[in-house]
Design a protein around this ligand. Structure first.
Ligand code: G4P
Ligand code: NA
Ligand code: NA
Length: 194
């Protein structure tokens, strides 16, 4: 997606060879017109798939998930990271290890909002090691719902998550796939034309 690649080049900050900071439009301040364009792009890629629900993870997955849900006309549910002290038996839970942060968190979704009849589009802002996506897939499986695919705003294709998930036969749609952050520069696998 050209608009997103251009935004990453102009406003993203390369913090190291593995970390891209996008606080000015995705992870802290949010750029609504860009999120709208992102929602339209995901909706067009998944419009034939009979999606009934979008599932993401708080907090940075919420904005793109909500815009995609708006265009597709379906609800967006976000898994919570904090442990809910009550009604644990009414939640699907999975544990997600972050290699970046070196911590493991439980994520949870109420059984009220994900049913076996659902066709789910899993979304996240970043795909790095794929652990967050695996946790969300675990929850979809626990619900007995059908997975349509995964929508990722920014993939770091030089990290192992994308390969891990694609090897399982899962469809992944990525709007900007970064091949390298070396020497302070962002490179993409493909320069988008539109
Ligand atoms: P993984 O899920 O792919 O295994 O990712 P990892 O554990 O490495 O990432 C942990 C957190 O860091 C996630 O956000 C993820 O979106 C984010 N992240 C990973 N790589 C980058 C990067 O290069 N740049 C930025 N800006 N974020 C990255 P989170 O902890 O879930 O936080 P939130 O922002 O969703 O609240
Ligand atoms: Na995230
Ligand atoms: Na994040």
């Amino acid at each position: 997606m050209k608009k997103l690649q251009d935004k990453i080049i102009s406003d993203g900050k390369v913090l190291s060879e593995s970390v891209l900071k996008v606080d000015s439009f995705l992870n802290h301040q949010i750029d609504p017109p860009l999120m709208q364009a992102i929602g339209e792009e995901f909706a067009s890629r998944f419009k034939e798939d009979g999606i009934t629900k979008i599932l993401t993870l708080e907090s940075s997955g919420i904005a793109p998930a909500m815009m995609t849900g708006l265009v597709l006309g379906v609800p967006a549910v976000f898994a919570r990271k904090r442990k809910s002290l009550t009604l644990v038996d009414h939640m699907y839970t999975a544990s997600v290890h972050s290699f970046t942060k070196n911590e493991t968190n439980d994520i949870s979704v109420s059984k009220d909002f994900l049913k076996k009849e659902d066709v789910v589009l899993v979304m996240d802002d970043f795909l790095a090691n794929g652990q967050a996506a695996l946790g969300l897939l675990d929850i979809v499986e626990q619900a007995g719902a059908k997975l349509a695919g995964i929508g990722i705003v920014i993939e770091k294709g030089f990290q192992p998550g994308g390969k891990l998930l694609r090897e399982r036969g899962i469809r992944i749609e990525t709007l900007a796939n970064i091949s390298s952050l070396e020497n302070g520069n962002v490179s993409f696998y493909e320069e988008a034309k539109i």
